[in-house]
Design a protein around this ligand. Structure first.
Ligand code: PGA
Length: 259
């Protein structure tokens, strides 16, 4: 029987620290990417991924030695008449090994349904490891989690479900400078873990659970110290190597504390 009560992260104390550059960055930013790669040397217990704009994937992947490069969305088809879209194969070919899927900004801009996110999860398959994003638009009433639960279940493909990470990103916390309380983050991640175990059995325990939404150098340490947190998804604060270095330092301290 799957045990849904586990609250500690299963990744043996490692933390997944993912940056989401959104629509930021040109060739002038390559030096910053190299500096983030350099900063990752001081965080050996962290796995670091930088999800850059598609235009930078190829050059960023050629530059980095310690961190992985990710994309920010993908199309379900391998190729075809889809102006402006990029397939999994193209992103892998460019050097991406991760992809953010179902980010609230993509869900909104492309009017993506949960079903479409699930199809993208399936398309990513084992070639691109997804960071699936879910989160409530507003924290309203006692059953705010019901919508998040539905969003997660609707965004998971039919079997097989390949390896992925799950980011809890309350939409109201993204780019706002506001975060849930630590107890609220922990509670949300524990509940998401229960849904994962319910849906995926024992495999649901191995999915890294990230928190995202206004993470910065000042709050990273306390968030990473929460037992349910398996990593971070960082937007604005991932753009600068200085703030990424500080966040990685905080994450490393939490990751290397023996359980
Ligand atoms: P933020 O963005 O850290 O700037 O709030 C997080 C995200 O959208 O992934």
């Amino acid at each position: 029987m799957a045990d849904a009560t586990t609250t500690t992260d299963p990744t043996e104390g490692r933390l997944l620290i993912a940056g989401n550059w959104k629509m930021h960055g040109t060739s002038a930013s390559l030096a910053e990417i190299a500096a983030i790669d350099e900063a990752a040397a001081a965080a050996p217990h962290c796995d670091v991924v930088l999800c850059v704009p598609a235009t930078l994937i190829d050059r960023a992947a050629g530059l980095v030695r310690r961190i992985a490069i990710g994309a920010q969305d993908c199309h379900v088809a391998a190729s075809g008449a889809h102006t402006g879209d990029l397939s999994v194969e193209m992103l892998v070919d460019a050097g991406a090994s991760w992809v953010i899927l179902g980010h609230s900004e993509r869900r909104r801009a492309a009017a993506l349904s949960d079903r479409e996110v699930a199809l993208r999860m399936a398309a990513a398959g084992s070639m691109l490891r997804p960071i699936l994003c879910v989160g409530e638009t507003v924290r309203d009433g006692a059953d705010w989690f019901a919508g998040v639960r539905d969003q997660l279940l609707g965004s998971l493909p039919e079997d097989p479900v390949h390896d992925f990470a799950l980011a809890y990103e309350p939409v109201w916390a993204i780019g706002s400078g506001r975060t849930p309380t630590l107890a609220e983050i922990d509670d949300a991640l524990v509940r998401l873990r229960e849904v994962l175990v319910e849906r995926l059995g024992g495999r649901g325990r191995a999915v890294p659970l990230l928190y995202g939404g206004s993470v910065n150098a000042a709050n990273a340490a306390e968030i990473c110290a929460l037992p349910a947190v398996g990593g971070l998804l960082i937007g604005g604060a991932s753009l600068s190597a200085a703030s990424m270095a500080a966040i990685l330092q905080a994450a490393e301290a939490a990751a290397s504390v023996p359980a």
